[in-house]
Write a protein that binds this ligand. Structure first.
Ligand code: NA7
Length: 537
């Protein structure tokens, strides 16, 4: 059996940086990656229109000044091919590939109590051991295709946005059905509609989506950004989500006149992005939230010509309780003659037929079906691996299938020594700039491992009390906001039979960083540190 200091799962943003940091410390590391190359979600999500909803110049690693200076983004929101090129560049620049085994999925990771090592087994039949087992599996890497009756008998082609083919799919002359109107569907639909003969959009829940107002960067902006990067990073770290550098919102929605509100909403709509209106109470006041919802509904009414289609596109839930979407020409796409919106809440999908799809109301002939049906998010990627800690207890059982997630800081788990989760459940993760949050976790974990090694500590493990306290804190903070009010992948509502308490820490990037830094500064308070047995020192 091969022995490593650390095994890391995944070669996306998390795994690549983790590998780099641990190798700098002289550790032996093996990264296992299911794909044939680096990239993580950006390797798999190759659907037409795939684009990140965080601005390019903020959606990159910040640990290396040279990397910042030598890489140039070309548009405000990066498309999937650009991000994938960037991650390939990082892998080459830091010579990372030699420690990554591609085409290999980790099946299980079991903590072996007598040796204090993790035994990690992969789908190619090998088992290796490691002192540290680190998950870089991401939050949205376990794609979900609902179990529609008849799918196996469909005679056309079908694709899931999250596992898209490497060769472009040709939609010309095709009748295409797109199921799902989350970020993936909303990005893909306008692009597919330009090529396909006809697109039927099967929508279960209408979405609040606002214009990205994507545009090419000009050279001056890029020059300035590169010149001021340290200051920009400092500002990003001060922002709630780590996604922009403007001052924190400080206005109260209902204190402004209707005219002033309208002016601010219009300005934010024109500017594009996540509706930066300057109001601080969007996610804490139902009344404030409803004002923005009204504004977006008004925009839908004005953008979509057919009143019935506009009605069907009207969202009614709390803005932000499902992931808001940034789009390019989404609503205008419904003005095309070759696009039909089908409400599958009113008349659910009954089955996929050999020649298309049947709802409770009608049958649609289709050549191609695109499943933009999302992910078994946050817990799904971890549960795909049989992770077992002390006494053979499975993580899935400890968390009661997700109904009772208990972690310490979203990084560690009582009962699972030397197991670290990069952007795990109960950390800020998907509600923040993922790259910034990944960097913070990777640096915290690598500093922790350095501390263990320098002090001859064999293992670190969260106490059950720390797990319980952190989980309670995550719940309390979430319940003081409107985030848990929706039915979304945030709480597992998109997957039949899945329920989980709101699994994201919404205290914001600055507060969260401060807590993690303090835990480390206080000698890893809340953890039990066990020295290496004397005879092995
Ligand atoms: P999402 O946001 O989970 O969207 C999935 C969509 O698929 C959503 O509209 C769902 O409707 C719909 N869906 C799921 N199952 C069904 C069934 N059985 N029938 C009809 N419609 C269904 O996934 P995305 O890939 O778009 O985005 C994921 C994240 O990636 C995104 O938020 C960004 O952070 C990046 P529902 O809303 O559940 O009624």
């Amino acid at each position: 059996m091969k022995h490593f200091d650390a095994v890391v799962v995944g070669a996306g943003f998390s795994g690549l940086y983790m590998l780099h940091r641990l190798r700098e410390q002289g550790l032996t590391v093996r990264v296992f990656e299911a794909g044939t190359d680096v990239g993580g979600v950006w390797y798999w999500n190759r659907y037409p229109g795939a684009r990140c909803d965080v601005e390019s110049v903020y959606y990159n690693y910040t640990f290396s000044e040279e990397l910042i200076q030598e890489w140039t983004w070309t548009s405000r929101y990066p498309d999937q091919p650009s991000i994938l090129r960037y991650l390939n560049h990082v892998a080459d620049r830091f010579h990372l590939r030699s420690d990554i085994q591609f085409n290999t999925r980790v099946k299980s990771a079991h903590y072996d109590e007598p040796t204090g090592r993790w035994l990690v087994s992969t789908d190619d039949g090998q088992t290796v051991s490691a002192t540290y087992f680190i998950s870089g599996v991401g939050c949205l890497s376990s794609s979900n295709t609902p179990d529609f009756k008849g799918l196996s008998g469909f005679t056309g082609e079908h694709y899931h946005t999250g596992t898209w083919p490497h060769q472009p799919v040709d939609f010309s002359g095709k009748r295409v059905g797109v199921i799902g109107t989350g970020s993936s569907g909303i990005q893909a639909i306008p692009v597919i509609a330009e090529q396909a003969k006809h697109v039927y959009v099967f929508q279960r829940t209408p979405q609040y989506t606002t214009p990205a107002q994507n545009h090419p960067y000009d050279d001056n902006y890029i020059r300035e950004t590169k010149a001021n990067f340290p200051a920009i990073k400092a500002k990003l770290l001060q922002s709630w989500a780590g996604t922009n550098i403007r001052p924190a919102p400080d206005r109260v929605t209902l204190n402004d006149s209707p005219e002033e509100r309208q002016r601010r909403y219009e300005a934010a709509w024109e500017e594009g992005g996540w509706m930066n209106t300057g109001y601080k109470d969007l996610m804490t006041s139902v009344e404030a939230n409803e004002k923005l919802c009204d504004f977006v509904r008004g925009k839908i009414r004005s953008l979509v010509k057919d009143p019935q289609t506009a009605d069907r596109l009207m969202p009614t839930y709390v803005f932000g309780s499902k992931r808001p979407v940034l789009d390019t020409n989404y609503f205008a796409t419904y003005n095309r003659d070759n696009v039909t919106l089908v409400d599958v809440k009113a008349a659910p999908i009954v089955e996929i037929t050999p020649g298309g799809l049947r709802t409770a109301q009608a049958e649609y002939g289709l050549d191609t079906i695109v499943f933009a049906t999302g992910y078994d998010a946050i817990t799904g990627p971890l549960f795909r691996i049989d992770i077992r800690g002390r006494n053979g207890v499975a993580l899935k059982d400890k968390w009661e299938d997700g109904r009772q997630i208990r972690t310490y800081l979203g990084i560690a788990n009582a009962g699972f020594p030397n197991f670290f989760m990069i952007t795990g459940p109960q950390s800020p993760s998907v509600l923040t700039n993922m790259v910034l949050s990944i960097e913070q976790h990777v640096e915290w974990i690598s500093d922790c491992i350095r501390h263990l090694r320098e002090n001859a500590i064999g293992s670190i493990e969260a106490t059950p009390q720390s797990d319980a306290d952190w989980s309670q804190h995550v719940r309390t903070v979430a319940d003081s906001t409107l985030f848990p009010r929706g039915e979304s992948w945030y709480n597992g509502a998109n997957i039949k039979g899945k329920t989980m308490p709101f699994p994201i820490y919404v205290g914001g990037v600055p507060a969260y960083r401060e807590i993690c830094t303090k835990v480390a500064a206080n000698g890893y308070e809340g953890f039990v540190l066990t020295p290496v047995p004397a005879e092995t020192v």
